[in-house]
Design a protein around this ligand. Structure first.
Ligand SMILES: NC(=O)C1=CN([C@@H]2O[C@H](COP(=O)(O)OP(=O)(O)OC[C@H]3O[C@@H](n4cnc5c(N)ncnc54)[C@H](OP(=O)(O)O)[C@@H]3O)[C@@H](O)[C@H]2O)C=CC1
Ligand SMILES: CC(C)(CO)C(=O)C(=O)O
Length: 324
């Protein structure tokens, strides 16, 4: 199975080592010092006290790799439009694209079955280029539950988790998604194939839409945001708005707001990826996690007063830091 991981950073690097060790024909697209270190020494994955090393093909030029069975996009979601042209040589007639990113993916309204069927979302897919040039029919959805970090160039630190639920936009259990799930399982990962991958996308996004910007604004960790009555109330208010929008689009949440907040609080003194990005002066994933929920609110005529306020503040914070 030929798998290209596009954006082999924290999550892509974790997947890359695990899949390569399980026997997949893995290629990694990366850049800079991280790419140079992987080319020189292989990619090292630290899980607790254990070190796992893999030596997959690594490049910053996807044209060297040729068509793949699966391209797993592990970029920050705001970077996807910028690599559409570079990705084309990886795409043969049967190549599937797996969106292993936080937030709403470009294919969201493909085989969705309501009045938005076939629509692109401007905040995550400006001009609908991902929809038109990557193609929603190639897409397989994926939710990323693990937390990992690039500890040093060429070195990935696993923090927790191993679950990557997968699903076709149609909900169908296709041969492609079953084969990919089997490969993930062989790699020691949990990869259930879900009939309603959008429900799982929203369950994850429910936390990201509030915890990530609140953490970037306050520098508080998940346990603090979930315990402090003030920040917890802001998070809850944003989540209730997000839930109303999601349910309007047919989403079913399998837990209630309080339980979801408790789950995040119990993760402990963890900095969200948006706070980590701010601290490391890396572009912040605001549009795929927050603006898109506001856009879906506008589409469904559901007001989002709490999301609007927090979004305005975090966008300004990021602009001042030149990260948005
Ligand atoms: N890390 C985590 O714990 C979690 C992450 N996620 C989600 O997973 C997705 C990936 O996140 P994460 O792995 O943390 O992100 P990273 O930034 O660690 O990984 C993305 C990698 O892609 C590289 N890259 C960006 N653009 C290009 C390009 N044009 N060509 C080649 N390489 C490129 C980046 O390089 P450079 O650094 O130079 O930009 C970086 O190494 C995000 O949507 C995130 O929200 C979800 C759950 C947890
Ligand atoms: C830790 C968590 C779950 C916060 O919502 C996350 O996904 C992130 O940091 O992006």
């Amino acid at each position: 199975m030929k798998i290209c991981i596009y954006g082999a950073g924290a999550i892509g690097g974790y997947l890359g080592v695990q899949l390569a060790r399980a026997g997949a024909d893995v290629s990694l697209v990366a850049r800079g010092a991280h790419l140079a270190a992987m080319k020189a020494n292989g990619l090292r994955l630290l899980i607790g006290d254990e070190e796992r090393v893999a030596h997959p093909r690594c490049t910053d030029n996807p044209a060297e790799l040729g068509p793949q069975d699966f391209v797993i996009i592990c970029l920050k979601a705001h970077s996807i439009t910028g690599v559409i042209d570079a990705m084309q040589p990886l795409l043969g007639p049967k190549t599937r694209i797996v969106t292993a990113v936080n937030g709403i993916p470009y294919w969201y309204f493909y085989k969705h079955g309501n009045e938005c069927e076939g629509s692109a979302l401007e905040s995550i897919d400006p001009g609908g280029r991902q929809w038109k040039e990557l193609g929603p029919e190639r897409a397989i959805g994926c939710v990323v539950y693990p937390a990992t970090e690039i500890e040093a160039p060429g070195v990935i630190r696993h923090v927790y988790g191993d679950r990557f639920p997968l699903g076709e936009p149609s909900g169908e259990k296709s041969a492609d998604v079953e084969a990919l799930s089997a490969m993930f399982v062989k790699a020691g990962l949990q990869a259930p194939v879900l009939e309603n991958i959008r429900d799982e996308i929203w369950l994850k996004l429910w936390g990201n839409v509030c915890f990530n910007p609140i953490s970037a604004l306050t520098h508080a960790t998940l346990d603090v945001i979930g315990s402090d009555p003030g920040t917890r109330a802001v998070a809850k208010s944003m989540m209730v708005e997000a839930q109303t929008i999601a349910e309007r689009f047919g989403i079913r949440f399998r837990v209630d707001v309080e339980r979801r907040i408790e789950g995040a609080r119990k993760v402990g003194a963890h900095k969200t990826s948006m706070l980590q990005d701010l601290e490391r002066s890396r572009p912040m994933e605001i549009d795929p996690l927050v603006t898109v929920v506001q856009e879906m609110g506008t589409l469904s005529k559901i007001p989002t007063p709490s999301i609007d306020i927090v979004l305005a503040l975090v966008a300004q914070r990021a602009k001042i830091a030149e990260l948005y």
